[in-house]
Design a protein around this ligand. Structure first.
Ligand code: AVJ
Length: 307
């Protein structure tokens, strides 16, 4: 908690103020994100799920029998369920999450629906290498699963670091199945992060409620506006909270001055060209085995393999 507070204050003390997107996801934020995934404008979740459904047989055939499924994060039950249903003779399901609570909940759901699958949850921050549990059945290979285009939250260097951790956790002959959102008509992307019902705005603003509660900060909740801008040249959405007037915010021992119209960066959401994503995969050591997309080519699910 002391480290977290320090990092938070450091982020708010830079010329470009920023707060990590991990602070979106308190209880209220997780409910709001669920709501986002069902919005008509938010094409990501539905498109990815359709790609999974349409290609799950081929995916399972490529992965082969007796794999160990290692999920980075434990929050994506529908897509995971497809894999649990279709992967042949799974050696184990290993959800990895920093939240023990999330892990327990997902573990319970999976144990109930798939009583024959060995569930071995790992509490870990998956941005750093971690030890995999010993499975009862020896897996033929590891399949790391990282859906949702969550990779898009990370700037290039951190995304590369994460891909290298996944390479390591995949192990010899292992693979990574990853969801990556693609570049497309900027208006489609803009709408996905500026929905007409205002859910994304509430999701963004909820971060401040969370920080006030968790760190005893005093952000004035009425003073900020949601802003999400797609920058095609950078290939990413920039999500910010913009202050409507000058104010002082107290957090820990720090006092932060926020100017009128100053923006706090809360999230990047990168949108990839298939080529640049392949280059990233390659420099992490993976070969791109297969790229599945939807008919409009809005989203991709990619199977990356290693020797
Ligand atoms: C969960 C990171 C994939 O970037 O689209 C949704 C989060 N932010 N609306 C995304 C998000 C605003 C989402 N990811």
């Amino acid at each position: 908690m002391a480290d977290e507070l320090e990092a938070l204050i450091a982020g708010l003390s830079q010329p470009q103020k920023s707060v990590s997107p991990k602070y979106f996801y308190d209880e209220a934020g997780s409910v709001l994100f669920d709501e986002i995934t069902r919005l008509p404008e938010y094409y990501l979740t539905g498109t990815e799920l359709a790609i999974m459904r349409d290609n799950i047989a081929e995916m399972a055939a490529l992965v082969g029998p007796q794999a160990s499924l290692i999920e980075f994060g434990s929050g994506s039950s529908y897509k995971t369920r497809l894999l649990l249903e279709h992967l042949e003779d799974l050696a184990a399901y290993v959800p990895v999450d920093i939240s023990e609570e999330h892990l327990l909940a997902s573990q319970q759901r999976v144990r109930q629906a798939f009583p024959h699958i060995d569930v071995l949850p790992v509490v870990a921050d998956f941005t750093h290498p971690f030890q995999l549990p010993d499975p009862t059945t020896m897996p033929v290979r590891n399949l790391v699963y990282f859906p949702g285009s969550t990779i898009g939250n990370f700037e290039y260097d951190d995304a590369m670091k994460l891909l290298r951790v996944m390479y390591q956790e995949a192990g010899q002959g292992g693979a990574l199945l990853i969801g990556a959102d693609l570049q497309k008509d900027p208006e489609v992307i803009h709408a996905a992060y500026n929905d007409s019902a205002g859910v994304t705005a509430r999701f963004n603003l909820n971060m401040l409620t969370h920080l006030n509660r968790a760190f005893g900060a005093d952000f004035d909740l009425d003073a900020y506006e949601h802003r999400a801008t797609y920058r095609p040249d950078e290939g990413r959405v920039v999500v910010e909270l913009v202050s409507s007037h000058k104010q002082l915010v107290h957090i820990g021992d720090a006092t932060i001055t926020i100017a009128k119209d100053e923006a706090i960066l809360t999230e990047y959401s990168h949108k990839y060209a298939i080529k640049t994503f392949a280059a990233m995969a390659n420099s992490a050591g993976f070969a791109v085995d297969r790229v599945w997309t939807d008919p409009r080519e809005w989203f991709s699910v990619q199977l990356l393999v290693r020797d």
